[in-house]
Design a protein around this ligand. Sequence first.
Ligand code: ADP
Ligand code: ASP
Ligand code: MG
Length: 454
Amino acid sequence: MKFGGTSVEDTCAFQRVVQIVSAHKDMRPVIVVSAMSRFTDALLQSVQMAADGNASAASSWLEDHYERHEDVASSLLGAVEASLFEAALNKARSEIRELCVSIAAHSMPHAALQDSVVSYGEQLSSTLLAAVLRENNLPAHYLDARRLIVTDDEHGRAAPLFAETMRRTRAELEPLIEAGEMPVLGGFIAASRSGATTTLGRGGSDYSAALTGAVLQAREIQIWTDVTGVLTADPRLVESARTIPQLSYREAAELAYFGAKVLHPKTMQPAVEGRIPVRVSNTRQPSEAGTVILTETAVSPSTVKAIAHKTGITIVQITSARMLGAYGFLRAIFEIFDRHRTVVDIVTTSEVSVSLSLDEASALPAIIEELRQLGTVEIEPRRAIICVVGEGLRSTPGIAAHVFSTIRDINVSLISLGASSVNLTFVLDEEQVREAVMRLHAAFFERAADVYVS
Ligand code: ADP
Ligand code: ASP
Ligand code: MG
């Protein structure tokens, strides 16, 4: 059972978690928890302040957030648990202060120190949640997730090493579960083989929960959040977005990858092999079913299931007459992106040009320099991707026509259909994404004569 940041944002939220965990205690859950909402952002900001040379402002910047933890502790913990938590909080506060001094002094690699600072979000929320659960007579047992999840040393977006993670997680958790205890661990945080603190990328607690569930062969991986499941579109754009009762792993993975923030893009990966259902539920409405994500065979195809979108996309176009009829050209292009560890999402090609979309463009200046050796390079910033998702979409006639006629007056580029059987993806101007998503949602989900949706 994974509880996200808003699910542990304050005292009332912690009380809701207690209720939900109590109701599931016979299922012998393992609890994974995110940092309190907004705390990870604040920790990252304090790292930035320290890097800019202001170490003392960097640590005092976090005081409000320490206070939020203290408020929960003083409302929900008895004297003994409260003083234990107070000690943990004070230790965290002074360790963060020291780390900020090191960051300001540029004495150690920045990315490693940043992960160490950021990890206190989940360290504190999990320590506090374990105490609150124990206070409510649940057999909660706090465990440092950094002892369980082993990763490479790519700080900020570390990749788990599965065999080792499996061995350690099983060795630590199985005896506890057997003994009737309820392990409580922080999501998002892990450690490299050498023991350095790493993190799994923003929103990574979902991934931690899925990894833990998969290695323990859990009956279900539950993601508890602030919306009732995966919705037909981002509710921040489309008010009438509604819960999708069932999705296949592939549909959910595409949606998560192309911007449905409710799930970290890698959440489905560990679940697929063990065919473990992933359930997304609302902590504020725990009795509603939410969404269950299963293998495709268990999901009835009902062509268009949801629309995801992602902004902040950059398009790179490389044009060269040398490409005509030549081989090795695409390889040369992709090697450049590889070397700069930059992920490419959509690729389209013509006789003499290649267009690609990038989500993360920090290495772009260096990439452009190298691409210029191959041809003319053009950059289009501030683009967005829209991804229409549904099993059977590729083999259903008329979907593309319906999509593009709905937004016929909006210019689209880089259309990708057919690479996967479950999605139709295209790029447009960032300013037009809201309008396009709203129109597509209306066309596919809000009209009585919905022809493509069962
Ligand atoms: P948590 O802190 O629980 O991990 P997140 O903020 O990471 O929660 O994810 C939940 C949020 O994802 C929702 O509040 C919603 O605004 C956003 N979201 C974007 N697209 C979707 C979608 N298709 N379905 C549900 N939520 C979505
Ligand atoms: N706390 C981390 C973040 O805000 C991880 C998570 O919430 O899943 O990105
Ligand atoms: Mg999240």
